[in-house]
Write a protein that binds this ligand. Structure first.
Ligand SMILES: NC(=O)c1ccc[n+]([C@@H]2O[C@H](COP(=O)([O-])OP(=O)(O)OC[C@H]3O[C@@H](n4cnc5c(N)ncnc54)[C@H](O)[C@@H]3O)[C@@H](O)[C@H]2O)c1
Length: 489
């Protein structure tokens, strides 16, 4: 659907976009004039890979290829989509988008990550200004699904449709605004909160730590589930929102808050913010804090997925679309290579190489990818059944080191209507590091017992098995564990 994107700017947000696209199998061409951009991007990518590896067990495509461009034109040439994430300055963004738009294909869609600038201001110098929308994301872009879409005076409606489809394809939740407005929706809400928080520090009412506690022990927990309005609907009890407004509406007139006044950002206030925020970080680096944030976000997203709520519902539908995206069987059936990954640092044991559990993890992802390839998509899992692994035999033949890329090739050894016998090779370059032999049993979703796979899935497995029948039997298949040919009685 989308093959390559051009990114303009590779800082906090551009780096997050690069990670989201690459991890969804999309090639990325990135332009950023800063000499340390590649280093920063590497660090963001390492954290993003770690987070994505924990986020979903659905089969992700092989990672896209990353290339650095030396001009904005080079980044935009022959890509399907361009996302601009340069510093928040109208003149800079306008010139950058204009230069890139001259080099891009006429059908390429453009989006700006701006936090609040109106797209009408940004599109004015573009060739094909109707191709630009705001695509305002949230940090970390690779985990948070929200992206606000806002068109300018010249934006064509189909630009919004196409951008929304691209964002959905990479697991996001596009929120289309019907009105062009400074700051869009989410940043207007966040700015109000932030302004108030600054006043509380400025007036010596609370420290940054106390303000953060006031969010994270209470309203912050609710927000990801029910936002503001549904939360207040419940707070109104059985009489609903009208009762809630009768009770608390008058307080808005008192008022408790500073409304739109902004505290002067004096050196004194900045010093206080810096000192107190550094104390909160307690010596942890930004990357460490990002990992903590990402781990917690993944857990929250997974919990919300169980209840099919908010961002969890987006994750669920993304996973079901990943399952439905498996390629159709092709002439390459004999070389099934459906899963690639990278050795994560936390798979490494005290010997400096991947622990044996890593191979089971990799094999189980490869099995999931195979099942998706065979057509056991989300609908199948809900209505028909699923293959369960009933036996696994792993042989460890080589060592994998952190960050090395692994691929898995899969050979089908046998099939009947309920069983599937398969053999994975975990390879690095051409070297086989492990083999994983598995027996899978098809289990019926309603009875919970072994039952036949659906005829179309079975037909695909059988075709694959007959294509693989001509391959030589794999080395080590059916091997048993013994010493000197003697088995214990
Ligand atoms: N940080 C956030 O939480 C956040 C959230 C949503 C949107 N945004 C928006 O994303 C955009 C980028 O913000 P950021 O936080 O990533 O800033 P950043 O400072 O981390 O990154 C900006 C990057 O742009 C690069 N750059 C400078 N001049 C450039 C040019 N001419 N062409 C291309 N790249 C150039 C810089 O080298 C830097 O790497 C802004 O528009 C911002 O409003 C930020």
């Amino acid at each position: 659907m989308i093959r390559a994107v051009g990114l303009l700017g590779g800082g906090v947000i551009g780096g997050g976009w690069a990670a989201r696209f690459l991890l969804n199998g999309v090639d990325v061409r990135l332009y950023d004039p800063a000499p340390d951009a590649p280093r920063k991007l590497d660090e963001i990518l390492a954290n993003a890979r770690r987070a994505y590896g924990r986020l979903t067990l659905a089969p992700l495509p092989a990672e896209g290829a990353l290339a650095f461009a030396s001009t904005p034109e080079e980044a935009a040439e022959d890509v399907d989509f361009v996302q601009e994430s340069a510093p928040e300055r109208v003149d800079l963004k306008r010139d950058l988008l204009a230069a890139a738009s001259r080099a891009a294909r006429p059908d390429a869609v453009f989006a700006s990550s701006t936090s609040g600038l109106r797209p009408t201001l940004l599109q004015s110098a573009m060739t094909g200004p109707e191709r630009l929308t705001v695509g305002h994301p949230f940090n970390p872009v690779y985990l948070l699904p929200l992206v606000e879409l806002c068109g300018g005076e010249q934006t064509a409606p189909e630009t919004l449709d196409r951008a929304a489809a691209i964002y959905e394809h990479v697991g996001m939740k596009p929120l289309r605004l019907g009105v062009e407005i400074d700051g869009f929706v989410a940043d207007r809400l966040l700015e109000a909160l932030w302004r108030e928080a600054l006043w509380l520090v400025n007036d010596g009412v609370a420290t940054v730590d106390e303000i953060d506690d006031a969010i994270l022990y209470g309203p912050g927990l609710r927000w990801s589930i029910m936002g503001t309005f549904l939360t207040y609907r419940i707070a109104g009890g059985e009489d609903g929102v009208r009762h809630f407004m009768e009770q608390f509406g008058p307080a808005l007139q008192w008022p408790w808050t500073k409304l739109t006044d902004v505290p002067e950002l004096t050196e004194g206030l900045l010093d206080t913010l810096e000192r107190q925020s550094d104390a909160q970080a307690a010596g942890r680096s930004v990357r460490e804090l990002e990992r903590l944030r990402d781990d917690c976000l993944v857990s929250v997203l997974q919990a919300l997925r169980v209840h099919d709520v908010g961002a969890g519902a987006t994750l669920r539908s993304y996973e079901s679309s990943l399952l439905g995206r498996s390629p159709t069987l092709s002439a390459h059936d004999a070389e099934l290579r459906l899963y690639e990954t990278r050795v994560e640092p936390d798979w490494i044991d005290y010997n400096g190489h991947a622990n044996e559990t890593a191979y089971l993890r990799v094999a189980s992802r490869a099995t999931d990818a195979l099942l998706a390839y065979l057509g056991t998509d989300d609908g199948y899992l809900r209505t028909t059944g699923s293959y369960y692994t009933v036996e696994t035999h792993i042989r460890h033949l080589g060592e994998a080191l952190a960050e090395q890329r692994l691929a898995v090739t899969t050979q089908i050894l046998g099939v009947d209507e309920k069983r599937l016998h398969l053999f994975h090779r975990v390879i690095r370059d051409e070297e086989v590091l492990a083999t994983v032999e598995q027996m899978l049993l098809h289990v019926d979703v309603t009875s919970g017992r072994a039952g036949p796979a659906r005829p179309d899935v079975l037909a695909r497995v059988e075709r694959l098995a007959s294509a693989h029948a001509s391959l030589p039997p794999p080395d080590g298949v059916g091997r048993r564990i013994e010493i000197g040919g003697r088995r214990r009685p």
